[in-house]
Design a protein. Structure first.
Length: 298
């Protein structure tokens, strides 16, 4: 259980020395330092720091505005940490999620943020209705006009939001991905494992979405590149050879497709770990069974 500090200043000309000294004095052995605007959610140092925290750790900042400039962003980060069993503390503010008083303060902030979001939604709707009444079209004029700068800004915002969602939920699925991929399991097996254990109401994974998520974490330095390596072919076990030999002995006239259908019916996996038996895979296992002496030569 470690105290990890995060220090941020807005420009390269500013220094984090004062924040770093306060964080070290408070007991933080590690302090991550970043030069970035508080309104910019796409902060790579913060993203890596959040991803590396483990249950029982505490993220410490000198003041709340060092972590976020908006109440909604602050709560999103803190609630994501709480879901992972990580505490949060601000040295100059009465926020310490490891204490009842700090949790109460966070709940008050949450209520204020909910009211703030409701007011923003209402102001946005009113503004859109007024714009339509004046004959204006709602939305981003730059995007409608195809402005490259507006498109780039919108794309950067989407990427930052996507990364934040990945980091917030990575503890629920990334350890299993690491374990299964290191065992050489194919992506379809990993997807099946994760979907079988997801919480009620949580959307299921697809192979494409999972690979894209892992690829993004790898690009950010938050996951190992080896996870994206091709799955290692698993050697066919002797038991599989015996099962195929038993099917052939019980029905000597069975075709390769019929043998494959029998294997799928008993949920026998292919040598590569898949669930669909193709005639070529069946023929390969049959050849191995004959070579092992479990079946006579054709």
């Amino acid at each position: 259980m470690a105290w990890v500090g995060y220090a941020r200043v807005s420009t390269e000309e500013q220094a984090t020395a004062r924040q770093r000294d306060e964080l070290h004095a408070a007991g933080c052995h590690t302090v991550a330092e970043e030069h970035a605007s508080g309104g910019d959610r796409d902060r790579p140092v913060l993203a890596r720091t959040l991803a590396q925290l483990r249950p029982g750790d505490t993220l410490v900042v000198v003041s709340l505005d060092r972590l976020a400039r908006s109440l909604s962003h602050l709560l999103a980060v803190v609630e994501g940490l709480q879901a992972r069993g990580v505490h949060f503390r601000s040295l100059r503010d009465p926020v310490d999620t490891a204490s009842p008083q700090g949790l109460f303060t966070l709940q008050v902030l949450g209520a204020a943020a909910q009211l703030e979001r409701a007011l923003i939604r209402e102001r946005t709707r009113s503004g859109m209705r007024a714009a339509v009444a004046r004959g204006s079209r709602p939305g981003n004029p730059g995007l409608r006009a195809g402005d490259p700068a507006a498109r780039q800004k919108a794309s950067a915002a989407r990427r930052a939001s996507y990364l934040a969602r990945l980091i917030a939920g990575a503890d629920a699925w990334l350890p299993a991905v690491r374990r299964l991929r290191q065992d050489g399991r194919p992506w379809e097996d990993v997807v099946r494992y994760l979907n079988a254990r997801r919480a009620a109401g949580v959307p299921g994974w697809t192979g494409e979405r999972l690979v894209r998520a892992v690829r993004r974490l790898v690009a950010e330095g938050l996951a190992e590149r080896e996870l994206l390596a091709p799955a290692r072919p698993a050697p066919a076990p002797d038991r599989l050879l015996a099962v195929v030999a038993g099917i052939v002995r019980s029905d000597p006239g069975a075709t390769l497709r019929a043998i494959g259908a029998r294997l799928e019916a008993i949920r026998e996996r292919t040598p590569r770990g898949g669930t669909t038996w193709r005639p070529g895979s069946v023929a390969h296992v049959l050849a191995r069974a004959r070579k092992a002496g479990l079946l006579p030569a054709p």
